[in-house]
Design a binder for this molecule. Structure first.
Ligand SMILES: C[S@@+](CC[C@H](N)C(=O)[O-])C[C@H]1O[C@@H](n2cnc3c(N)ncnc32)[C@H](O)[C@@H]1O
Length: 308
């Protein structure tokens, strides 16, 4: 997990009380930690990190209503929602499913960037890029076409693991990611001709029609609730015969939910419908897990859609 985000209240005393509260929380003394957080909030009523941590503690204590109230305060105090309080409200069934804020995704991955590869690959057995690579090769083999691409776009490129997997098959790689720190890491790989800090839909909008023959999104659609805008922009940007390959997490029900890992899970039927609605042909949809959690594979899908 990434380091815990801390947003100072601007009041030294309140910040100190927060630090003590965190120590108590880590030692397991949750009621005492909650008391101290209330003291910090008395000093700084819009102290978003204190409200968010209080929400966590109330949830740990099984006090759902108090947790919801605290997460709501955290969200009001920081509409950019860098802590992800609204996601916690969604998980608690106290807010409708909605998009993550850019502020949340940026804060999460900017903090995570330095340890991203060791955490994801070594600890969680991450295999998203490899799944995409095999899926793209199999779709190309079935179509009796070479798996070579002149221009590829890597959506949510992170530190560059997908470009590393596809480096020998792609001439010109563009990487797009919301997190500046992840982009800095991607730059170090040397595999990208262009890198852009942007939301994936904005990144695609700035590209010409039919200007790419491969678009990848490895473990990035799990941060996108509604796939339609990204898929229809991808469809516009792909040249005829081009491929869009992505992974996502999934669930046995219908539509889109937010999972325990605070990532979205898209039902297979939802993915199928979204691909078709974007004017693409689904060439491959398989149950494949891109990562483990608690040593158990997280249910996932790998999809390859073709522009006809
Ligand atoms: C789990 S990482 C995966 C990174 C990389 N694709 C890989 O396979 O290692 C998810 C990445 O997607 C980025 N991301 C999430 N939502 C995004 C969005 N809407 N637009 C652009 N990037 C996004 C995050 O900043 C993060 O770097």
């Amino acid at each position: 997990m990434p380091a815990r985000l801390f947003l100072s209240s601007g009041d030294l005393m309140a910040d100190r009380r927060f630090e003590f509260a965190r120590d108590l929380q880590l030692k397991g003394d949750l009621p005492a930690a909650a008391d101290l957080l209330h003291q910090a909030i008395e000093l700084a009523p819009s102290f978003v990190s204190a409200w968010f941590t209080l929400g966590n503690i109330r949830e740990q204590l099984g006090e759902r209503d108090a947790a919801i109230a605290a997460f709501r305060k955290a969200h009001v105090a920081d509409p950019d929602d860098r802590h992800g309080a609204r996601l916690r409200l969604m998980r608690l069934g106290a807010a409708p499913l909605a998009a993550m804020t850019q502020g949340y995704v940026q804060a999460l991955f900017d903090q995570y960037a330095r340890r991203f590869e060791s955490t994801l690959v070594d600890d969680l057995g991450y295999r998203g890029p490899e799944l995409l690579f095999r899926a793209v090769l199999s779709v190309r083999a079935a179509a009796r076409k070479p798996a070579f691409f002149k221009r590829a776009i890597d959506l949510g490129c992170g530190t560059g693991l997908a470009a590393t997997a596809f480096a020998r098959e792609v001439d010109h790689f563009v990487g797009v990611d919301l997190s500046p720190r992840m982009i800095e890491r991607a730059r170090l790989t040397g595999f990208y001709a262009e890198l852009e800090v942007a939301d994936m839909v904005q990144g695609l909008r700035s590209r010409l029609e039919a200007s790419a023959d491969l678009i990848l999104a490895a473990d990035a659609m799990v941060y996108v609730a509604d796939l339609s805008p990204a898929l229809s922009e991808a469809s516009r940007v792909l040249a005829a015969g081009g491929l869009l390959a992505f992974t996502t997490e999934t669930h046995a029900g219908e539509g889109v939910i937010i999972g325990a890992g605070l990532r979205y899970a898209h039902a297979a039927a939802y993915v199928r419908a979204a691909v078709e609605a974007a004017g693409l042909k689904l060439s491959l949809l398989e149950d494949r897990s891109a990562r483990n959690e608690d040593n158990v594979p997280v249910p996932g899908l790998v999809a390859v859609a073709s522009k006809t």
